[in-house]
Design a protein around this ligand. Structure first.
Ligand SMILES: Nc1nc2c(ncn2[C@@H]2O[C@H](COP(=O)(O)OP(=O)(O)OP(=O)(O)O)[C@@H](O)[C@H]2O)c(=O)[nH]1
Ligand SMILES: [Mg+2]
Length: 261
């Protein structure tokens, strides 16, 4: 019967770097059920960063980049003997179970001093009675294309940022269809202008993570401590996991600095 496992030997190429991109399935529905703040909900973003951190701790990749409902993982070592079936099933299932736990922790109000009824009332707009899933794809890239790939995703985060602020501002006065049609006629600069002059929203003043997404990587940190034997102060370098919410526009030096290229 083993012969029937037709795809089990399908492997990613050894010569490339491998990026996995996980994307939340139908998270538009999830955002309605959780009554997420529009266009950006900090508790949802925090939950996605926690998922990315769980993936980091499990697989020690070189870099994870997340925005909206997607998580990009640049692998260092390729696990599972590079088997595609394994990569494309273990990563999204890990993300799904991790997100389920973090959503429960971050969205459901629990308070031991409140009665069951009070807790029920507080949570009435939040429905966690649904299943979460991610899709997953594997993108093999040459090392010289790693920067181009992440820049492409960050450009997408920026487009998403401008368009979602524009769309939700239009929805204050227009129907879904009208707002969608209006968005088609507006250039990026028109959206900036409209938000600023008509809605008092200055897009440049919003939190950086909304514009540029969030990266998770290892960063060298100098630690000072007393050597227990010599009793003298010594400094050492440690690699710590760093959640970077203050990203600039990706450039090659970012990837050089963290030792990727
Ligand atoms: N309100 C709100 N919604 C968010 C936030 N982050 C992600 N989303 C939702 O997640 C969706 C992500 O877009 P897509 O991946 O294209 O849409 P999807 O509904 O997940 O559909 P598929 O990926 O094709 O299954 C957005 O359209 C939003 O509805 C957030 O911070 N706030
Ligand atoms: Mg999605």
């Amino acid at each position: 019967m083993k012969d029937y496992e037709t795809y089990s030997n399908l492997k990613v190429p050894k010569s490339s770097k491998i990026i996995l991109r996980l994307d939340g399935r139908r998270f538009h529905n999830l955002s309605k059920k959780l009554n997420l703040k529009k266009p950006y909900d900090i508790h949802f973003s925090k939950s996605m960063v926690e998922v990315a951190t769980d993936i980091f701790k499990e697989f020690s990749p070189l870099l994870i980049y997340t925005f909206s409902d997607e998580i990009n993982v640049l692998l260092s070592e390729i696990p599972f003997s590079a088997r595609i079936e394994k990569l494309n099933s273990v990563f999204p299932s890990l993300a799904s179970s991790s997100l389920t736990l973090h959503l429960q922790k971050n969205f459901i109000i629990k308070n031991q001093t409140l009665s069951d009824l009070e807790i029920k009332l507080l949570n009435k707009d939040i429905n966690l009675d649904f299943l979460v899933s991610f899709d997953s794809r594997i993108i093999p890239v040459a090392i010289e294309d790693v920067f181009t790939y992440f820049k492409w995703r960050q450009d997408e985060a920026w487009r998403n940022y401008v368009n979602s602020y524009g769309y939700w501002a239009l929805r204050e006065d227009l129907s879904k269809k009208e707002a969608t049609e209006k968005m088609r006629t507006l250039k990026s600069s028109d959206i900036h202008q409209f938000l600023f002059s008509k809605k008092g929203i200055n897009l440049s003043k919003k939190p950086n993570w909304e514009k540029r997404g969030i990266a998770i990587y290892k960063k060298k940190k100098f630690i000072k401590g007393i050597n227990p034997i010599t009793k003298k102060e010594e400094s050492s370098i440690r690699n710590i996991l760093f959640v970077d919410e203050e990203l600039s526009i990706f450039d090659e030096s970012f990837f050089k600095d963290i030792g990727i290229i």
